[in-house]
Each structure stands twice: as C-alpha cells, then as structure tokens.
Design a binder for this molecule. Structure first.
Ligand code: NAD
Length: 430
C-alpha cells in the first residue's frame, strides 16, 4: 500500500512487551498481581513434570493468600498439539468461567494457556485462529482475560511473545497462532524456578534463546518490507532498533553464563539468573522482529521425528525438543545468510564468543561460535544425530517452505534448492 505521501516502503515498526516482574521469590507474588486485576477465580495451567517440582502448588498458595480461588490443570502436553490444546480448552470451558489464567512451566505450558485463554474468551475453534495457510488466521474479536506467565525454563521467551506454537497432528506440521492479543498481561520471571531443570533441557531451551537473538538480529530490516495499513501489520515486523538492543544484551548474557548454567546449574543462581534474563530479553527482541531460517527448518525437523528420545525429556513418545530442532541447522543457515548483512553476522559472533579462536574467514565466525557452544553443552551433532539422513532431505524441504511467515523475515530469500543444501550440510555440524 502507498500512503498519502506515496511511500511504498515501510517506515513504521511496532514494539510490544508485557509488564515484567523479575527476581528470586517473584513467584510468590502472583496472587497479589492477579488480585490487583480483580481476579476471584483463576485456572493454573501446567504439565506433570512441572507439578513434580512443587512450583504450581506454591502459586496456588500465593493465590489463596490473596483470596483467589484456583484450580490446577496439569494436562499440558510437552510440545503442545492441536489435540492436547483442544482437551485443555474443553476442560477450561466445562470448569469455567475464569477471571484469569496463570501459566506455570516452559513454552509448552505458556502456549497452552494462551490458546485456552483465547478459546474460552471468544467463540471459534482452534483451527479458525491458526496462521494461514494451515488455519483460518482469524483475529480475536476483543481482549482476552488476564494471563500471568511464570516461566520455569530459560528459553522460549513465550512469557513476552504474542505467539502460541503447536503441532497439527494430522498434517505432521508445526505452526501457531500469532496475534498481539495473545501476549501475557504480566511475566513473573523467577530464576530460582529453573534450578531443578535437567542439563539437557537447560541446553536445548538455551539454544532456543541463542537462535531467537541471532535470527532476529540478522532478520530483514523492517524498512525492507512493503508498507502496510495499520490493521494489516504482522506481529513479526523485521529487525528494528528496539529489538536489536534486547537481542544484543541477550547474546552478551549467553556468552557469560550459558555453559555454566548447563554444567553447574543446580548450584549457580547467577548463571540461572542471567539465562532467565537472556530468555526474556530475546523474547522482547524476536517477539517483535521475528525469526527466520533456522526456526523454519526446525518445524519439519521436530514434526517428522521418528524414534529420537532425548535424555531429560518425558520418554513416553519420540520428540526433537524445540531448542534442538531450531539450532541444528543454524550454523549452515547463517553461512547462507551471511552476504545479506555481513556486519550483523560478525557482531553476533563477537557477542556470543568474545574470545573466539576461529581462524576461518568472516563467513565462518558465527557458525564457529555456534558450533563451539553446541559441542560444549552437549547438543546433538546435526540432524543426523536426531535420526535423519540425506535421504530424508526431500521430505523435510516442503515443511520448511510452508513456513512462509518466517521465511519472509529471512534476509536472503532461500529457494527449495538452498534449503535442501542447508539441510544436507547439517546432517553433521562438526
Ligand atoms: N510462544 C513462543 O513464543 C515460543 C517460542 C519458542 C518456543 N515455543 C514452544 O515452546 C515449547 C518448548 O518449551 P520449553 O523449551 O520451555 O520446554 P517445555 O515447556 O516443553 O518443557 C520441557 C521439559 O522440561 C520440564 N520442566 C520445565 N520446567 C522445569 C523445571 N523448572 N524443573 C524441571 N523440569 C522442568 C517439563 O516438564 C518438560 O518435561 C515448544 O512447543 C516450542 O515450540 C514457543
């Protein structure tokens, strides 16, 4: 669209974030916060692994101290599906009405709570709201109920984003709902809640932070998009000066504390605190700027899993955890996108690995920083280590190409052949 002055390139970006309460003990103030928002009866949404840490119980106690009645729904599926979200929404509809929701857990619990909030606040089915072309792309008709997000992993940044990610089982595809109304009202970020995270979950969810920060820092700038009317502007608007600040800071925190959080996480509160800040900061960056190729590849890598069962995660079904799926093609994806913005790729490498001993040329600096980190924290060595061979690449490529919402944010537009080459070169990363 050209506006009144005839401009066709975008000149406007929007940056949104929830209110944040951060620090040790913050989880005990959830009741106070919801009471300020007039809530009398709320649903706590969580998963069984998180229940066993005792954190949901603490939240229920905090709510009770503020005179708020609550129930716990602990049926969240780790990496939610259309089926698991449907069941959660059904439970909430039958047991409701609710004045608000508290999500306690990682991205799986927070995303499930966002969808439950949407589906109990407005008419319509889940697929009506899922991003097109997979779903109907409908916008919520009005505001949602207050949602307080209490993350217990340091990774997805879902506590600050307007996205809900889910698997559509029948199509074997990961997709989501993205609309600014889904963003939590308040993020209560308490680093002490992550002390119980197994090292494998710390590593995988931390790689999600790395990819969020680097992908949104290297995303197409918002000025490179066509001008849109305000009602048509998408949640992911491209790299912009405000998102850049959050991403740079997230990368600095990662460099300082990621390895320590994985290897000494049960004792090192400072490392856990840095990782929680990094996750929230990167969420404030990518949640507005967007992610691109590594995340687009991560969707079919996770969606077409056969029998990979990683340590640290529930073993009842195969899964490629989101943070692993998105990082496995990151080194090769950034080799590919390097030419589009060399200075940004170099700056990201410098922030992530300030004492790098990479002797390769400029294009190799960022892949080196990533591979060194991934080796140190025990991330699988490429898509080969989670069950794929070169022969699987033709089946994975269409899954990436379907993620047009993410690919438009890639600073260099990939063809099907480019994606096939990136996946093939990512069978092993070192
Ligand atoms: N909405 C967004 O913006 C966004 C962004 C990135 C990823 N995601 C989605 O988030 C999901 C992944 O979330 P995640 O990486 O945070 O992990 P998760 O929520 O799937 O949890 C992983 C495992 O860790 C356990 N766990 C969580 N906290 C724990 C703790 N403190 N102590 C011990 N165990 C704990 C859980 O029980 C589970 O078994 C994926 O579905 C992904 O697609 C969403």
């Amino acid at each position: 669209m050209a506006d009144g002055d005839g401009r066709t390139d975008e000149t406007i970006f929007t940056w949104g974030a929830p209110a944040v309460k951060f620090g040790a003990g913050a989880a005990d103030e959830v009741g106070f916060e919801l009471a300020q928002r007039g809530a009398r009866r709320v649903l706590v949404v969580t998963d069984p692994g998180v229940v066993s840490t005792g954190v949901p119980r603490r939240i229920v106690d905090s709510l009770a101290r503020s005179g708020i009645e609550s129930e716990v729904f602990d049926g969240v599926h780790v990496e939610p599906t259309d089926d698991s979200i449907g069941k959660a929404a059904e439970y909430a509809r039958v047991q409701g009405p609710w004045d608000g929701f508290v999500a306690v857990g990682g991205g799986s619990a927070i995303d499930t709570a966002k969808a439950v909030n949407l589906l109990t606040s407005h008419p319509g089915e889940l697929m009506d709201y899922v991003n097109p072309p997979i779903g109907g792309g409908r916008s919520p008709a009005g505001p949602l109920k207050p949602l307080v997000a209490v993350p217990t992993t340091a990774g997805t940044g879902s506590e600050s984003t307007a996205m809900c990610v889910l698997d559509v089982l029948a199509m074997k595809v990961k997709t989501g709902i993205s609309h600014w109304r889904l963003r939590p009202t308040l993020a209560v970020v308490d680093p002490e809640l992550t002390m119980t995270l197994p090292p494998e979950v710390t590593a995988a969810s931390g790689m999600d932070i790395v990819c969020h920060a680097v992908e949104s820092y290297t995303a197409r700038p918002y000025t490179a998009f066509a001008r849109k009317a305000p009602e048509d502007r998408v949640t992911y608007c491209g790299a912009n000066p405000v998102s850049d600040l959050w991403c740079e800071k997230a990368m600095t925190l990662i460099a300082r504390s990621f390895r320590r959080a994985v290897h000494r996480g049960a004792d090192d509160v400072d490392a856990r605190s840095d990782m929680m800040l990094a996750a929230t900061f990167a969420g404030m960056g990518f949640g507005n700027a967007g992610v691109h190729l590594p995340h687009a590849n991560g969707y079919p890598i996770a969606g077409q899993v056969r029998d990979y069962r990683p340590a640290g995660y529930p073993s009842d079904e195969p899964i490629v955890p989101h943070g692993q799926a998105v990082s496995l093609t990151a080194p090769e994806s950034f080799r590919f996108s390097f030419d589009s913005a060399p200075e940004r790729h170099l700056r990201a490498a410098e922030l992530l690995d300030p004492r790098s001993d990479c002797h390769g040329g400029p294009r190799e600096q960022l892949p080196w920083a990533l591979v060194t980190l991934m080796r140190d924290i025990g991330i699988p060595n490429g898509i080969g280590a989670v069950g794929y061979t070169e022969d699987d690449v033709p089946d994975l490529v269409p899954g990436t190409m379907k993620q047009q919402r993410l690919l438009v944010t890639c600073p260099k537009t990939p063809t099907e052949d480019d994606v096939a080459e990136i996946l093939t070169r990512s069978v092993t990363n070192w």
